[in-house]
Write a protein of this length. Structure first.
Length: 296
């Protein structure tokens, strides 16, 4: 239902029954499809396909947690149909933050000497130099902060990549029982080194400040980061490799079918086919509220 609501599947699957308030049509279709698969397929093969989907989803979530904590996106795609709602909220928020009587408005009067009543506009001799110095210092501080943040994000990206490669190498070497002992032990050691380097690197650097405002106020909460996501990636990768070649062939067919559905239908009907990009740090709350109340 959620995919149909986002335009990735026909709207038939997102129809809600007026009396029961449940998606009756999609429930019947998916139920009949699951029953047909259970009737015609071997239960062991079906269990393997279910395991592949579950483990792939958990692995994707674990990697996404690391990305959101260390290198979250600066902007988020937003449906174009909600741009008017978001814009009006931003304008209202800006109007509320404006002072009631800004300097230069018609409510202020000036005396004969060109000074605003109650406020001296006489500049001191060194004021221009002070302004230039302050601007120079502000530029240097911001430049240093941006450079440091960019460096931190690059280091975090490299460490996340090391974790994924290390987990894949370690799980593959541990599963390859036909491999000779020495190459197998070397591969296991290499995987352990890469995995530990990535884990230590992520532990030693700070997480991104945007984690507290991403998606909704309060941020995405997960305990024991990065230890828990890294452990999840390693265990799930090991289980995925042990599922066997036949299971992966059947799962690949389903993945290709899903990709074809997305290319032929979802690509052109998606609610994000013509998106706008909104800064997360500035308008996270507006994004959350608009997404809740204006569903396509």
């Amino acid at each position: 239902m959620a995919m149909a609501r986002d335009g990735l599947l026909p709207s038939f699957f997102s129809d809600i029954n007026k009396h029961t308030k449940v998606p009756v049509k999609s429930t019947i279709v998916t139920g009949l499809s699951a029953a047909a698969l259970a009737f015609f397929m071997d239960i062991e093969q079906l269990a393997g396909m279910v395991s592949v989907g579950t483990l792939l989803a958990f692995t994707t979530v674990a990697i996404s947690i690391l990305i959101l904590r260390y290198v979250p996106p600066d902007e988020v795609r937003f449906p174009s149909h909600s741009v008017s709602v978001l814009t009006s909220r931003i304008i209202q928020k800006t109007d509320r933050e404006k002072p009631e009587n800004p300097v230069g408005s018609s409510k202020h009067s000036f005396d004969n000497e060109g000074s605003l009543l109650g406020h001296s506009v006489i500049e001191k001799k060194g004021s221009s130099r002070i302004c230039q110095l302050n601007a120079f210092m502000w530029f240097n501080i911001n430049f240093a902060a941006e450079h440091s943040e960019l460096r931190r994000r690059k280091i975090a990206s490299c460490n996340i990549t090391l974790v994924c490669i290390g987990a894949l190498v370690l799980a593959s070497a541990a599963t390859a029982k036909d491999l000779p002992s020495i190459p197998r032990y070397i591969s296991c050691g290499l995987g352990v080194v890469l995995l530990l380097c990535g884990l230590i690197g992520l532990t030693s650097i700070d997480q991104d400040d945007a984690v507290h405002s991403f998606g909704h106020p309060g941020g995405f909460t997960c305990p024991l980061v990065p230890l828990l996501p890294v452990s999840c990636i390693l265990i799930n990768t090991y289980l995925l490799i042990n599922l066997g070649g036949g299971t992966w062939i059947r799962a690949s067919i389903w993945l290709v079918a899903g990709a074809l559905i997305y290319i032929l239908y979802g690509w052109s009907h998606s609610s994000l086919s013509d998106p706008i990009y909104v800064p997360i740090a500035a308008h996270a709350e507006e994004i959350c509220q608009t997404s809740r109340h204006h569903v396509p």
